[in-house]
Design a binder for this molecule. Structure first.
Ligand SMILES: Nc1ncnc2c1ncn2[C@@H]1O[C@H](COP(=O)(O)OP(=O)(O)O)[C@@H](O)[C@H]1O
Ligand SMILES: [Mg+2]
Length: 398
C-alpha cells in the first residue's frame, strides 16, 4: 500500500511516515507540479506515483487549491481516495464532502488521527476497485462492458470472448456479446458460431426491433450465451451508423444482465458509442513500447472527452518477461496500476483457431486461465471452486 502526499511540507511527510509505520510507503509529489492547475497536474503526478491509492492533499497548499484538487480527483480518478489536510471550517467540510473527499484532517492532528483517516481511506479505495461497486451498479440495471484498445491485434477479441464465456458460466442465458468490429469482426470465429444474422440486420430494422425480433437476430452458443455477430461483408458494416449502433445497444442492454462489447482498434465513432453505453471499460494494453504509449494517450483522451464515470479495468495482455518491458515500467508510464495481467501463451491462438475460448477449456491451472478467471471475477461472483464449468454441465443445467 502506498500513500501520496501533495504538500511542500517535508516535515509533514516525516510525521505521516512515523504515524503509518514501515509497511506503508509514503511518497511526496514534486512541489513544482503541485502548484500547477490540478486538471493538468493530476495526470503528471499519478503517472509518477502510479501505485498510490490514497492521496493526502495539503497542508500548506491553500484551501481553495486543495479543494480544486479534490474536485479534479473526483472527476479524473474516482478510484483514488482523497484526504484533505487543511484547517476545516463548515464551508470547507461541505465543499469537501461534495467533492467526494474521504476525510478532512487538521494539519496539526496527531499520529492516531492520521492513521485512522488513512485506514478508512484505504478501505474506501479498495471498495471502489472491487466488486461491491459493481454489485451496486448491477442493482441499477445491467452491466455493460466495453472492451477497447488503441491497437489492433492486442487481444481485444480474446478478452471479450473469454469474458463473455466466463460471465455466461455464472449467469447462463443472461449474457450477450456484441461484435462492434463491424468490418472484420471475429467473435463468431472465436466462438465457433455460424450466424444467420448480424448486427447489420439489427441496424437496418432498428426502428421496429423489439425483444422478440432482437432474439431472432442473435446467435445462440451452446453454453447459453447470445452473440450479435458482425456482418460477413465489410461493406455491410460500413453502412451501419453510430446512431443505429447506439439504439441496438440500448435494446440489447434492456434484455441482458451482462453485455460484453468487442470493438475495433482506436477510438473511432463506433467505439465511442460503445464506451458511452458502457458501465465498465476493459482497456487492453499491449506489452510493447508503441502499445504502451498509445494506451497512455488513450487514457488521457478518455479523460479529455469526459468519459470518466465508468470504472476502468486495465488489462495487460500478451505479457512476456522477455520483451524488455516490465509491469512496473508500464504502470509508471500509463499512470495507473495494471488490474489483470494475461500472459502470452500459444494456448491463446490455439484456442481461437479452435473456436473454444480458454475459459471453456480444462486448463484451470494454467496462468492464462487463472488471469481470465480473475478478470471475470471483477464483474461477478464465481462458483466457490473458482473454476468455470464445462460445456456439458452447462447444457444439463439449462
Ligand atoms: N495472451 C496472448 N498470448 C498469445 N497470443 C495472444 C494473446 N492474446 C491474443 N493473442 C493472439 O493475438 C492475435 C490477436 O488477438 P485478438 O484477440 O484477435 O486481438 P484484437 O481483437 O485486439 O485484434 C490472435 O492471433 C490471438 O490469438
Ligand atoms: Mg478483434
Amino acid at each position: 500500500m502506498s500513500v501520496l502526499l501533495l504538500t511542500p511540507d517535508e516535515g509533514f511527510g516525516t510525521r505521516v511516515r512515523s504515524a503509518l509505520g514501515p509497511d506503508t510507503t509514503v511518497e511526496l509529489a514534486d512541489a513544482d507540479v503541485i502548484d500547477e492547475d490540478p486538471r493538468f497536474a493530476i495526470p503528471t503526478i499519478m503517472t509518477q506515483h502510479a501505485s498510490a491509492q490514497v492521496v493526502v492533499v495539503g497542508p500548506d497548499i491553500g484551501v481553495q487549491h486543495a479543494l480544486d484538487y479534490a474536485h479534479e480527483f473526483d472527476l479524473q480518478r474516482p478510484d483514488v481516495s482523497v484526504i484533505l489536510c487543511v484547517p476545516a471550517s463548515a464551508d470547507v467540510l461541505s465543499e469537501a464532502l461534495h467533492a467526494g473527499v474521504r476525510d478532512v484532517v487538521d494539519p496539526l492532528a496527531g499520529d492516531e488521527r492520521i492513521l485512522e483517516a488513512y485506514k478508512r481511506a484505504t478501505e474506501a479505495a479498495a471498495r471502489a476497485r472491487s466488486k461491491s461497486t459493481v454489485e451496486e451498479r448491477n442493482d441499477r440495471g445491467s452491466t455493460v462492458i466495453a472492451v477497447a484498445s488503441p491497437k489492433g491485434g492486442s487481444g481485444k477479441t480474446t478478452i471479450a470472448t473469454n469474458l463473455a464465456v466466463g460471465l455466461a458460466a455464472a449467469a447462463p442465458g443472461q449474457v450477450a456479446i456484441v461484435d462492434l468490429d463491424l468490418q472484420f469482426g471475429d467473435v463468431a470465429t472465436a466462438l465457433q458460431l455460424m450466424p444467420e444474422h448480424s448486427i447489420a440486420d439489427a441496424a437496418r430494422t432498428v426502428a421496429s426491433l423489439d425483444a422478440m425480433s432482437l432474439k431472432v437476430l442473435l446467435t445462440h452458443h451452446p453454453i447459453d450465451l447470445y452473440a450479435l455477430c458482425a456482418p460477413d461483408s465489410p461493406a455491410d458494416g460500413e453502412r451501419i451508423t453510430a446512431a443505429q449502433t447506439a439504439e441496438v445497444l440500448r435494446l440489447v442492454q434492456r434484455e441482458f444482465r451482462y453485455v460484453v462489447i468487442d470493438t475495433t482498434a482506436g477510438l473511432g465513432e463506433q467505439t465511442l458509442v460503445a464506451l458511452e453505453a458502457a458501465t465498465d471499460f476493459v482497456l487492453i494494453c499491449a506489452m510493447d513500447v508503441p502499445g504502451v504509449r498509445s494506451f497512455r494517450t488513450t487514457l488521457i483522451t478518455l479523460d479529455e472527452i469526459g468519459l470518466t464515470a465508468a470504472p476502468r479495468h486495465i488489462v495487460l495482455t500478451r505479457a512476456d518477461a522477455r520483451v524488455g518491458l516490465n509491469v512496473e515500467d508500464i504502470e509508471r508510464t500509463i499512470g495507473r496500476p495494471i488490474d489483470v495481467t494475461v500472459p502470452s501463451t500459444r494456448a491463446v491462438p490455439l484456442s481461437m483457431n479452435q473456436g473454444m475460448p480458454i475459459l471453456q477449456t480444462e486448463q484451470r491451472r494454467s496462468a492464462v486461465h487463472q488471469a481470465l478467471t480473475r478478470l471475470t471475477g471483477r464483474f461477478v461472483d464465481l462458483p466457490s471452486s473458482g473454476a468455470i464449468a464445462q460445456p456439458r454441465r452447462w447444457r444439463r443445467r439449462r
